[in-house]
Design a protein around this ligand. Structure first.
Ligand code: NAD
Ligand code: TYD
Length: 346
């Protein structure tokens, strides 16, 4: 199998790359990633010497580059993770969100249309369903009611991807996962931010009353679900991927404080996020029935593993925060676009 993985230097994409390269069925894997603040080649260091893996720095909005990559690699599957993925950033600055999440997805789908053999796995989110009152849970036919620029851009790109199946028969699969956590997550999202702050004895900012509910999915469980869909997923279908672990944010923060041995006095209730969805809940019955996949990682165990990783990788946290690695990559890749394009040809 030959795979093109967009956004493979980010949190979930890099976990997926590290995982699937453990499978000998993967003959070649190319990561296409722009290396925004959220993309980091350190995340891919464990596979850097694998001869089946190649990294291409580039923007999914660059139609010529995407077209060239698709034509040269002729992938069996595109696994599309690349996105501006953070709700708070999307509220502060929506433009890059729409550029990457909508236009970038459009560019990839156009390239996939011209290479019809490639399965196109569009990695999306349960946030497209919006906030659900108890006791509702969203199945794949649930109406889309996105609340933030981020979730609206994902809902739009989901619909665009599905339209390429209906209209052009591009074999598209849309996945909608719940909130992921685990090692290598940029410390701007709830769990890594709270772990990093707890380890540094800094205040833990809980939005509003902390009663907002998210369903938590360990990143490796998510990646196993995507691998199962590469084998057994049906084109034209949507699959929810949940962790079966719905918790209010305050409870998550308290568990992090317990694991890190820090006091609850570090908690600070801060002004709520505008348009903050109160509760996400989804049913993963479809993927469970069709592929046999199930989330396997118990939340407390996943959280302990995640805390341990952040304790052992304080240097990683410092580097991604300081932007030092970004400056390095700018330098490293300055004037190297032509060289990279030559490299992907051989
Ligand atoms: P991330 O922010 O950690 O990584 C995103 C990656 O995409 C980075 O490596 C970044 O450099 C790259 N990228 C951004 N813009 C790009 C562009 N224009 N061209 C090429 N590369 C670009 O994100 P993540 O948390 O790993 O999420 C991956 C995907 O999974 C996203 O599509 C997101 O919507 C979806 N998702 C995330 C979660 C979650 O909890 N994190 C849950 C469900 C779905
Ligand atoms: P986040 O990790 O940003 O994911 P999403 O908004 O995509 O669900 O936030 C998860 C939940 O945690 C969400 O309800 C907002 C809340 N939150 C805080 O209370 N404090 C924080 O500092 C952050 C980043 C999030």
């Amino acid at each position: 199998m030959k795979l093109l993985v967009t956004g493979g230097a980010g949190f979930i994409g890099s976990a997926f790359v590290r995982m699937v390269l453990g499978d000998r069925k993967v003959r070649e894997l190319v990561v296409l990633d722009k290396l925004t603040y959220a993309g980091n080649l350190e995340n891919l260091a464990p596979v850097a010497n694998d001869p089946r893996y190649r990294f291409v720095r580039g923007d999914i909005c660059d139609a010529a580059l995407v077209e060239q990559l698709m034509a040269e690699l002729r992938p069996d599957a595109v696994v599309h993770f690349a996105a501006e993925s953070h709700v708070d950033r999307s509220i502060l600055s929506p433009a890059p969100v729409f550029e990457t999440n909508l236009r970038g997805t459009f560019v990839l789908l156009e390239a996939a249309r011209r290479n019809p053999a490639a399965l196109f796995v569009h990695v999306s989110t349960d946030e497209v369903y919006g906030s659900l009152p108890e006791p509702l849970e969203a199945d794949e036919n649930f109406p889309l009611r996105p609340s933030s620029p981020y979730s609206a851009s994902k809902a739009g790109s989901d619909l665009l991807a599905l339209s390429y199946f209906t209209t052009y028969r591009v074999p598209v699969i849309v996945t909608r996962a719940s909130n992921n956590y685990g090692p290598y997550q940029f410390p701007e999202k709830l769990i890594p931010l709270m772990i990093a702050h707890a380890l540094e004895d800094r205040p833990l900012p809980v939005y509003g009353d902390g009663g907002h509910v998210r369903d938590w999915l360990y990143v490796e469980d998510h990646c196993r679900a995507l691998a199962a869909l590469l084998e057994k997923g049906r084109p034209g279908e949507i699959y929810n991927i949940g962790g079966n672990c719905a918790l209010p944010n305050l409870e998550v923060v308290r568990r992090i404080l317990r694991i890190t041995g820090k006091p609850e006095s570090l908690i600070r209730f801060v002004t709520d996020r505008p348009g903050h969805d109160r509760r996400y809940a989804l049913s993963s019955r479809k993927i469970e029935q069709e592929t046999g996949w199930k989330p396997e990682t118990d939340f407390d165990e996943g959280l302990r593993r995640t805390v341990a990783w952040y304790q052992q990788n304080t240097g990683w946290v410092e580097r991604v925060r300081s932007g030092e690695y970004q400056r390095y990559y700018e330098q490293n890749y300055l004037n190297r676009e032509a060289e990279i394009r030559r490299l992907i040809r051989c």
